[in-house]
Ligand binder design. Structure first.
Ligand SMILES: [Zn+2]
Length: 284
């Protein structure tokens, strides 16, 4: 099993030190140098190439070369993605260079193994249940919502890859792949693409607005707003529940007599009927 991308639980963008766009750009340079490309097959495998070749039109070639230059200028803006925290059940850990990226979406250091995907949390007794996030994203929640992310707060909202259901419509389209499709997201074209396909369809390349969602949220307003929109309801709900009464937050009138639920104070409560014939929570 190879190393797979680790996504930031806060923003839904990849965190690991693998940036697939480098390979994509290398591939594009090769194609342009050759001056022609193999036409993609029209079958159901969209990225498969046929034997037929096509010469690249001069105008299109110029546009693709400009895209490579624009892209090179952009790359420095993605460095924030390499600065990470690991969140365990009781610690916030700075991921420095001494951490190794492991198979199955984990990090290791000094024989400690941090598993960041929910699917593998209970794999064995040696791995430490963890989440991974960008430092910038963690700091954003702290600065703007006065909130420190904890596993227990969001555990039951996460899917098996430790991702929330939604990160906004644009990011949703690209997140969750084993290899995050940076290039296709930046170009705002469908996932599972190839430059041969874009060339064949005469599509000019342009850095799209999607790139905002790949920028440091402490510096980019659009990304900041996207992330806060996701997290405000989560954080608010948690704060309301916390300030709430000792019994369960939900009204006893919603349940049948005898229903037992855990209260906000950690004790168990049961629905009973009082002398006024009103349902209420009674500590067990
Ligand atoms: Zn993030």
């Amino acid at each position: 099993m190879g190393v797979r991308d680790i996504y930031c639980v806060i923003c839904g963008i990849t965190t690991s030190r693998i940036h697939h766009y480098n390979n994509d750009i290398k591939e594009l340079k090769k194609i342009l140098k050759r001056g022609k490309f193999n036409v993609p097959s029209s079958g159901k495998y969209k990225t498969r190439l046929g034997k037929k070749e096509k010469i690249i039109d001069d105008k299109l070639k110029e546009n693709y070369e400009k895209f490579i230059k624009d892209f090179d200028k952009l790359k420095n803006n993605f460095k924030w993605c390499d600065d990470l925290y690991i969140i365990t059940e009781n610690k916030l850990i700075n991921v420095d260079k001494s951490f190794h990226l492991e198979d199955m979406a984990g990090f290791s250091k000094n024989r400690k193994y941090y598993t960041t995907e929910k699917d593998f949390w209970n794999e064995d007794e040696y791995s430490i249940k963890s989440l991974c996030c960008h430092k910038s994203c963690y700091k954003l929640l702290l600065k703007k919502l006065n909130y420190k992310l904890k596993i227990e707060d969001i555990e039951n909202k996460l899917d098996e890859m430790s991702l929330l259901k939604s990160y906004g419509s644009v990011v949703n389209k690209y997140k969750g792949e084993q290899d995050f499709p940076w290039t296709w997201m930046i170009l705002n074209v469908s996932s599972f693409n190839s430059f041969e396909r874009l060339l064949n369809d005469n599509i000019k390349l342009k850095i799209s607005k999607n790139v905002n969602y790949l920028m440091d949220p402490l510096k980019n307003k659009i990304n900041e707003e996207r992330i806060l929109k996701i997290w405000k309801p989560i954080v608010n709900k948690k704060k309301i529940l916390k300030k709430d009464r000792p019994s369960p937050s939900e009204s006893a009138t919603l349940y049948d007599v005898g229903k037992i639920k855990k209260g906000n104070d950690g004790n168990m409560y049961e629905v009973v009927i009082n002398k006024n014939k009103v349902k209420r929570w009674k500590k067990k």
